[in-house]
Design a protein around this ligand. Structure first.
Ligand code: SF4
Length: 413
């Protein structure tokens, strides 16, 4: 069976509020249409798009597993949907209370590829009045047009994902040798390596040998750092075609195919990487002197100097990120109140500062990471959810945490 014949497990179910913001309602919804939001989550970065959808159509694309995004991936230009104009995207950021101008990373093309919207991104950069870094995800090799339009803007970070290809793992239709040409082009045009962010993955036992060769090549041309990824499968209403995923080598038979953080509804497997695969990456990286990151938190902090939260999924991440800062609980209380929460108390614990919210009030991961980032510390909550429910969006709307929400969002139940 091909992806065109995907079995939609539940064609109309909207799993939670993040799912709605990610893709809007599915085409088969049958009631009032509701569009996707320009930005659908705030974790270490603001993840969003001007245009969603991607004609490249990698077999392992996460958005294949969303019943409201599957028909935007690998469906040609008909699959592309404009979510918002550059002006609307700027307004969304400026009006969303969780967004901090001059600080937060804006990640464009989270559900798409930059190559299909060069004009829109250029216009966004032209009118966005703040100094926030803007990461542009772009799998297609970078060319003259991208360099001409974004090269002189020091906020623009050129990001690309290289998926190692082997006989056993067919990878993406966009192959690393062509992408290496694009990366060389950036460096030759004078784009500093600190403005080039490479992601290597997904990786498993089928393509790690080629991944290691790519690390050597990247270091050889002057790339200074990269992040590496395991394999993920999404879970937003579309069943994964495991037979196909095995055939193309994405599932290697040795992964824990159901491993994900507790409470995560949006993943069936999240960023799973075998210890042996990771050891090969680390060994090669240290041999050729390239800095590598398993966690995007260290990538943004150490390579881009960004403040980051030290809490993740309502726990301290000090084992991966190092110790969290000491801060006055009173300041956390005041800041949480400025976002619309009503803390009963804030006290220091081993996991970070525990904010007790009244019954019925819940901090989502978007809010929790914003508070943690503000103080570069770990902030956890007695009531916490990794993603907003549809009900939590009412709190987002009331307090303009993300604003405006897509028209008609409140009709979705
Ligand atoms: S290039 Fe990225 S967005 Fe496009 S299909 Fe592949 S994984 Fe998905």
């Amino acid at each position: 069976m091909s992806f065109a014949d995907l079995v939609v497990a539940d064609a109309t179910k909207i799993v939670n509020g993040e799912h709605l913001l990610m893709g809007g309602v599915p085409s088969s919804w049958g009631k009032q249409p509701v569009c996707a939001a320009p930005f659908y989550k705030r974790r270490y970065t603001w993840d969003g798009d001007l245009v969603m959808g991607c004609t490249i159509g990698c077999d392992f694309c996460y958005y294949r597993w969303g019943n409201n995004t599957a028909d935007t991936i690998g469906k040609g230009k008909e699959g592309l949907r404009q979510i918002a104009t550059p002006q609307q995207v700027v307004q969304f950021l400026e009006q969303s209370r969780l967004f901090k101008a001059e600080r937060d990373i804006v990640m464009l093309c989270a559900r798409s590829d930059g190559s299909m919207q060069v004009g829109e991104i250029t216009e966004f950069l032209r009118i966005f009045p703040h100094q926030n870094l803007v990461f542009i995800l772009h799998r297609v090799p970078f060319g003259k047009r991208q360099i001409e339009n974004w090269g002189d803007d020091r906020r623009a970070i050129f990001c690309t994902t290289l998926t190692p290809v082997s006989e056993e793992f067919q990878g993406s239709p966009i192959k690393p040798p062509e992408q290496m040409v694009g990366l060389r082009r950036l460096l030759e045009a004078g784009i500093p390596a600190k403005r080039i962010s490479v992601m290597l993955g997904p990786m498993n036992s089928n393509n790690v040998a080629e991944g290691v060769k790519l690390i050597e090549e990247l270091a050889g041309i002057g790339i200074e750092f990269l992040a590496y990824r395991g394999c993920s499968i999404g879970n937003f209403g579309v069943a994964s075609e495991d037979d196909k995923l095995r055939k193309v080598g994405f599932l290697d038979g040795k992964q824990d195919e159901t491993s994900k953080p507790k409470g995560h509804q949006s993943y069936r497997m999240k960023n799973w990487l075998a210890p042996g695969v990771e050891a090969s990456v680390l060994h090669t990286a240290s041999e050729c002197g390239i800095r590598v990151h398993r966690h995007t938190g260290t990538l943004y902090r150490d390579e881009f100097g960004m403040p980051i939260p030290y809490n993740r999924n309502n726990r301290s991440r000090s084992s991966e990120l190092g110790p969290w800062r000491k801060v006055s609980p009173r300041r956390i209380d005041e800041y949480a109140r400025s976002l619309g929460y009503n803390p009963l108390s804030v006290r220091e614990t081993e996991e970070g500062y525990l904010v007790a919210l009244p019954e019925g009030e819940v901090a989502t991961e978007d809010g929790a990471m914003t508070v943690g980032c503000e103080f570069e510390t770990s902030v956890i909550f007695n009531n916490h959810r990794i993603a907003p429910t549809l009900g939590d969006l009412a709190f987002y709307a009331k307090n303009h945490l993300f604003w405006p929400l897509p028209e008609g969002w409140e009709t979705v139940r």
